[in-house]
Ligand binder design. Structure first.
Ligand SMILES: [Mg+2]
Length: 413
């Protein structure tokens, strides 16, 4: 039997803000993105704001309406969240060398080697819960189970500051009555499909049987069936055992809706520069470029294109992304968000295509590396592309701010 914990920091961003500023503790408080740059949406809320019905993703205006104006809005401090997340994960690592992060505020901890039964596992979970509260000052909810999927359900089951045990004896009582979309990988589309077939709870998935689930949803259906039955056997990764990077992406909600090709080109260059910089820092190349466009009606498209040879040059990535834009977007609406992603990640190519001028590539590479260095020493805005400079609003975008980074999820292949 394996013993696995899933620990989830409750209302993480909001809890940190309450910790930094105790005077907002007893008020409805929300953490918001930068209002001036139009990221002015709720990123996290404390329990009081939640009790008024405030949801993540609400606009500041909606949150104020729901709380009858009595809501405190706090700007996000991502650097502080990262630091505190690390403190907490160091506590987890002091209990096991198998700790796998799932985002900034969640982690699995395999404690199989530390305990003999569920009673001891529950005791250790409570010890960790109290340690985080005493040493860091925020609450966690912990699920205790024999696989990662059920442990995650356990951390969601009772909040805040709680431990829930889902054992091989009680999982049918606790897990099976839950709605099917509580299960990881069951999104809105899958849920609709399942509901159409009278599958409403997680127990219904288990009872539908493997063959039926495979027929309905293919390979994914089979995994979901296994999860529902507690048959998930994916390991908790060892500390330091990172996933191989599959893509590097950056996106931004623009400070104003974009109306012209020139504006789109500017934003694409800003994003591509940061994507390329992050690839160079890890010594990676890409063979594909993907562009995401979301218009002001929030409809979005994703298109990708293969490259003739691998690159990590912003100039190449940007020009391919812009080519995609020109061939795929007909300006039916103004544009709210753009994202540039490099995929088909590979190591340094041994030899470039025979027809490509290698000296030229090396020169460009040196230039971009010099820019990276200037920016790391003097800040991002020390140097700006001419095409961006002309636009005062667009030049306020700083793609190195953490909310722009797209982190590929790594859970279960
Ligand atoms: Mg959380």
């Amino acid at each position: 039997m394996r013993y696995i914990l899933h620990s989830d920091l409750n209302n993480f961003y909001a809890s940190v803000e309450c910790l930094l500023n105790p005077s907002i503790r007893n008020k409805a408080a929300v953490v918001v993105g930068d209002a001036e740059k139009r990221h002015g949406i709720v990123l996290a809320k404390n329990y009081i704001a939640k009790s008024y019905g405030v949801k993540t993703g609400d606009t500041i205006w909606e949150a104020k309406n729901k709380c009858m104006e009595e809501v405190v809005t706090v700007p996000a401090h991502f650097e502080v969240y990262k630091k505190i997340s690390k403190y907490v994960k160091d506590i987890y690592r002091s209990h096991s060398n198998r700790v796998e992060s799932f985002g900034i505020d969640e982690a699995w901890i395999d404690i199989t080697e530390r305990v003999k039964n569920f009673k001891e596992a529950e005791e250790l979970a409570n010890k960790i819960r109290l340690q985080v509260l005493m040493e860091v000052g925020i609450t966690v909810s912990i699920g205790v189970s024999f696989n990662k999927v059920f442990a995650k359900l356990g951390s969601d089951y009772k909040k805040p500051n709680a431990v829930t045990v889902i054992s091989d004896k009680n999982y049918k009582d606790i897990v099976w009555p839950l709605p099917c979309n509580d299960l990881i990988f069951v999104g809105a589309k899958t849920k609709a499909k399942l509901n159409k077939n009278n599958i409403v709870t997680i127990g219904d998935i288990a009872n539908a049987g493997k063959d039926f689930m495979r027929e309905l949803l293919g390979k994914n259906g089979e995994s979901i069936y296994n999860f529902a039955c507690g048959l998930d056997c994916s390991p908790v990764k060892m500390v330091g055992e990172e996933d191989k990077i599959k893509s590097v992406g950056n996106s931004t909600t623009c400070p104003k809706d974009l109306k012209t090709d020139a504006e789109v080109k500017s934003v694409i260059y800003i994003l591509a520069e940061n994507v390329a910089k992050r690839m160079r820092a890890k010594n990676l190349w890409c063979t594909e470029v993907c562009l995401t466009i979301k218009n002001s009606k929030l409809q979005s498209i994703d298109r990708q294109r293969k490259l003739e040879s691998p690159t990590n040059l912003a100039g190449v990535i940007a020009s391919v992304a812009y080519e995609i834009f020109k061939s795929e977007y007909a300006w039916s609406d103004t544009i709210r968000l753009l994202g540039v992603r490099a995929s088909g990640i590979c190591d340094k190519p041994l030899q470039y295509n025979f027809f490509i001028n290698e000296d030229n590539i090396i020169k460009k590479q040196r230039l971009e590396e010099t820019i990276d260095e200037l920016r790391s020493r003097f800040g991002y805005k020390i140097i700006t592309r001419a095409c961006v400079k002309g636009d005062i609003e667009l030049s306020t975008i700083d793609p190195t701010e953490p909310q722009h980074n797209i982190h590929p999820l790594s859970f279960l292949k």
